[in-house]
Design a protein around this ligand. Structure first.
Ligand code: PNS
Length: 167
């Protein structure tokens, strides 16, 4: 019997913090990949001031996917293509929520493909109820005292409250 090698996909991002939208994309990715590495970037192409440090972001994602044996969480520094090739993942998954995401995502996909022609980017679309959620909006709403409990898991909510000094 011929067995093909397991498909390893990478799901990179800042995840500051991980939202229900990210969770949705990661679970959908498991439909096309045998193993998913959630790759948490130390720094993003978008110039952002991170609310959570890299270890906090990685720790939260591990809590969110606890018990999911096909998901691994790793931090990475430097070029995504270099990290991807070092872990044997030529498939990169990104979520596409709206047309406004497209330009940035297209540029990244094409640049990554130029840098490492083996790499393919697969865009996955979240469910409609997750399509407006972003980490930056979650950070802003939480910072201004709004309720973000529908948009993040309990572990993330608790960590946000602790970070923002709320009981
Ligand atoms: O969640 P984000 O911030 O939109 O994720 C962007 C991320 C981390 C995937 C992107 O900035 C990235 O790949 N950074 C690593 C550095 C790199 O490879 N830059 C060139 C991208 S074409």
């Amino acid at each position: 019997m011929i067995r093909s090698a397991p498909t390893v996909a990478l799901y990179p991002g800042s995840f500051d913090p991980i939202t229900c939208g990210h969770e949705d994309i990661a679970r959908r990715a498991l439909r096309v990949a045998d193993h998913l590495i959630v790759a948490v970037a130390h720094t993003s192409t978008h110039d952002k001031h991170a609310l959570f440090g890299i270890d906090e972001r990685v720790g939260l994602i591990r809590q969110v996917f606890e018990g999911e044996e096909r998901i691994e969480v790793r931090a990475f520094q430097g070029l995504l293509v270099e990290f991807a090739s070092s872990v044997g993942a030529s498939l990169v998954v990104r979520g596409l929520r709206a047309v406004s995401d497209f330009e940035y995502e297209l540029q990244m996909a094409q640049m990554n493909h130029e840098l490492w022609p083996e790499m393919e980017t697969l865009f996955l679309v979240p469910g409609a109820r997750n399509s407006f959620i972003s980490s930056s909006l979650v950070r802003e709403v939480a910072t201004l005292g709004g309720d973000v409990s529908p948009f993040v898991s309990t572990a993330v909510l608790e960590c946000l409250h602790a970070k923002l000094g709320r009981g």
